[in-house]
Write a protein that binds this ligand. Structure first.
Ligand SMILES: [Fe+2]
Length: 322
């Protein structure tokens, strides 16, 4: 089998094979000379045959292998998300458990999008996730402190994305948003940092303070993220605003546009609070995580001008009173 549409083939990271594929897929390599650089099928992989495949790939360690993006997409949508949805619909678990079950799968899909050379199509496998969360919280509302208890506090960008999405949703519940707005606020939080895919990982993972050029590079990610989401089409202004404005400070000292006060959208101001809260309560290469109380205290006492004061008070009460 040969194909000339090279954009459809994505490099296959070895650790990807260690994931729990339930269906087989084709593994390809790039032909040389006579094939004119076409992608040729190396073998059909089936999960029951993993040990054989592992041995073959080790022998061919100098080769780079590829997978067709259609099969990657099918795996996320038809295996991971479909099984998740079926389980939730059949068992109707408590709201907190629904959030718990969705959490690692959302992280995995976003992480693979950020880490692998996949296109944004992979993200569309997440389409059903907001509905599952909305249905669960409509049955039995969930509060921020309970959500905090199920989130991880590691330093991965994908973890940050899902945490911010969950926290924005929780704050939206406190703010009595209607279901449509709540859904958009969750998606906006979840996708606000996707622009980091276009920032070199050497900068994102650097353990020392960034120099001026590196800082300038990081400051591009809100604009990159908004453009990515806009190009994908179908996302609301709420989602686009949250990507663009989640680093704008209420006093106008943020980035990338130095917007001030109410010139920052309402949802952008919500995302700003949850982004900082998650950054402070998660491990970072250069410092340890804070407790929620330490993070809240710092936000309220040391950098209050960064945030919408009313929203910060709502958030503070949501954490402190429950
Ligand atoms: Fe960000």
């Amino acid at each position: 089998m040969a194909d000339t549409r090279s954009d459809d083939y994505k490099p296959l990271p070895k650790d990807f094979l260690e994931k729990d594929w339930k269906e087989g897929f084709g593994i390809f390599y790039k032909g040389g000379g006579e094939s004119g650089g076409k992608f040729l099928k190396f073998l059909d992989y089936h999960p029951s045959d993993y040990s054989h495949l592992y041995k073959v790939l080790r022998e061919k360690d100098h080769h780079e292998f590829y997978v067709h993006e259609e099969e990657l997409y099918s795996y996320y949508r038809n295996c991971l998300v479909k099984n998740l949805k079926l389980g939730i619909l059949q068992e109707s678990p408590p709201t907190l458990e629904v959030f718990q079950r969705i959490y690692p799968i959302a992280i995995r899909i976003i992480n693979d999008y950020l880490e692998f050379e996949t296109s944004e199509r992979i993200l569309t496998a997440l389409e059903e996730i907001p509905n599952l969360l909305m249905e669960a919280q409509a049955r039995e509302p969930i509060c921020l402190s309970k959500i905090f208890a199920i989130t991880r506090q590691d330093s991965r960008v994908a973890t940050h994305c899902v945490n911010v999405g969950y926290y924005c949703l929780a704050l939206g519940i406190e703010l009595k948003m209607d279901p449509k707005e709540l859904r958009e606020t969750f998606i906006g939080g979840l996708f606000a940092d996707l622009g980091k895919k276009f920032i070199p990982s050497a900068i994102l993972l650097k353990e020392k303070a960034l120099d001026a050029d590196e800082t300038q590079e990081v400051h591009k990610h809100p604009s990159f993220g908004r453009k990515l989401l806009k190009d994908m089409r179908g996302f609301s202004d709420i989602v686009l605003d949250m990507a663009r404005e989640h680093h704008e400070n209420f006093d106008g000292s943020g980035y990338p546009h130095q917007l001030k006060g109410n010139r920052i959208s309402y949802h952008g101001r919500i995302c700003k609070i949850m982004d900082v809260f998650n950054a402070l309560t998660c491990d970072r290469p250069f410092r340890q995580r804070m407790t929620p109380f330490q993070a809240l205290t710092l936000m309220k006492d040391n950098i209050p001008d960064s945030f919408d004061p009313q929203l910060l008070t709502t958030f503070f009460n949501a954490i402190a009173l429950k």
